[in-house]
Design a protein around this ligand. Structure first.
Ligand code: BGC
Length: 431
């Protein structure tokens, strides 16, 4: 609030740009809050329901409508969500694919029929990130149709003849010639046990698609790199069909040198930091913006171009960057901490605290190969002793069963299997 007022006054007096004040007029400000916990191991005198809680990567929300679950997001005063800006990233991914098609039009239409055909691997039809990415692609390529005020994000199954009413044929005029853009097929990549974003399922799907549609497939698109790389390795690399994913996992970035079309970095280095930093700040009882929008005593601070905070959603969102043949060499190590927030906190002033943290699916490519290694780098820097729990990606109880004694921990970081299920966790903390 204070930042907002100062900024406002300055804007009025000097016609000063809000951007110069950080651009986040709604920066949270808890200055002066008393330190809640003694240093040492888990605080016995704080009720579990009052301990800091961060949701990350899967935002508490209704998986059918996308509506945020504000009860979960404001479970207590120290509850936040950390993710990334799904719409900005989705738009980037769509634009990246469109620009690639334009720049490579001379070789992209493999069978020369004037139709640019693409197939799309969908991660989880009830996950906001997945929905946004499907929409972003359809919007950029002109294949989206409206449903309930937004672009329909349902999988079409097969649409080789262009007759689906869930998508439409798009048109692109390139170099004076008109091309049709068609979503030949799309499918949610869920395995028989129920795990979503499933890379192996995507690898099988491209096998079926390629044997059915052959050289009508000109572009392969995926809601993430795990599935994208599975399709690339199974088929598109050998057939020289550009494949696009999302996440900038190490293997995907390296594959750009071998023809992978591109990916999007969701700035996992910034998200992993924010995930643990909001807990650290809440445990220290300091302004939640410390080491985030406001430099801490070790010099850690994030600039406005890598994240936004939306106070009304209690959510931090990292901003995305497109990673293509032009810049991929800068993104080869996705597990490297982000330079501006890599200074270790003094252990004397920030005593070690215990955190319970789960990953919804221990085999999720992005979370296990990029996000968790980053968290493990930051936990040392922030003096947090984190217990990492890996779920099976299918049942919430597989994870909640392992939160048997929440009183042992000072704070919690939660990645749900299903975005509707926040209460499965908060009920355990309220007991
Ligand atoms: C990532 C996916 C991942 C999912 C898990 C998304 O943000 O892009 O790769 O599978 O999160 O929730």
């Amino acid at each position: 609030m204070k930042n907002k007022i100062v900024c406002f006054v300055m804007a009025g007096l000097m016609a000063f740009s809000l951007v110069a004040c950080g651009g986040k007029g709604n920066t949270p400000d808890d200055v002066g809050k008393d330190s809640k916990q003694e240093s040492g191991s888990a605080s016995m005198n704080v009720a579990n329901k009052d301990k800091p809680l961060v949701w990350f990567n899967r935002q508490p929300s209704n998986s059918s409508t996308g509506e945020l679950d504000m009860a979960a997001l404001s479970f207590n005063d120290d509850t936040y969500y950390v993710g990334f800006d799904a719409n900005q990233g989705a738009q980037l991914q769509g634009t990246m694919v469109k620009e690639y098609i334009e720049a490579n039009i001379d070789k992209i239409d493999r069978n020369g029929d004037g139709v640019i055909g693409y197939v799309l691997a969908i991660g989880d039809i009830g996950h906001n990130d997945s929905i946004a990415r499907t929409r972003g692609i359809r919007m950029a390529l002109g294949t989206g149709v409206e449903k309930d005020g937004g672009i329909n994000s349902d999988p079409v199954g097969t649409n080789t003849d262009g007759s689906s009413n869930m998508v439409k044929d798009g048109n692109m005029e390139i170099g004076g010639k008109n091309y049709v853009v068609r979503e030949l097929a799309s499918q949610e990549m869920k395995n028989s046990a129920g795990a979503t974003w499933d890379a192996a399922t995507a690898g099988n799907a491209i096998g079926t698609w390629s044997s059915s549609f052959g050289d009508a497939i000109d572009v392969v698109i995926s809601n993430n790199d795990g599935m994208g790389m599975s399709m690339f390795n199974a088929w598109s690399k050998d057939n020289k069909v550009p494949t696009f994913g999302y996440d900038a996992n190490n293997d995907a970035v390296a594959a750009i040198a071998e023809g992978y079309g591109g990916t999007i970095s969701q700035h996992a280095d910034v998200q992993a930091y924010l995930t643990l930093r909001v807990l650290r700040n809440a445990l220290d009882g300091v302004d939640i913006d410390t080491g985030i929008g406001k430099e801490d005593e070790a010099g850690n601070v994030l600039s406005d171009d890598v994240y936004v905070y939306k106070a009304d959603e209690r959510s931090y969102y990292a901003l995305n960057v497109a990673v293509t043949a032009e810049n991929y060499e800068d993104y080869l190590d996705s597990t490297k901490v982000y330079g501006p927030v890599s200074a270790k906190l003094d252990e004397g002033k920030h005593a070690t605290k215990k955190v319970w943290l789960d990953i919804y699916n221990a085999s999720d490519n992005f979370l296990s190969s990029t996000y968790q290694p980053l968290l493990q780098n930051y936990d040392d820097l922030l003096n947090l002793d984190v217990d990492y729990i890996g779920g099976d990606g299918q049942t919430e109880s597989n994870i909640t069963n392992r939160l048997g004694n929440p009183g042992q921990y000072d704070a919690y970081a939660i990645n749900m299997v299903k975005t509707d299920n926040a209460a499965s966790y908060t009920s355990l903390l309220s007991q």
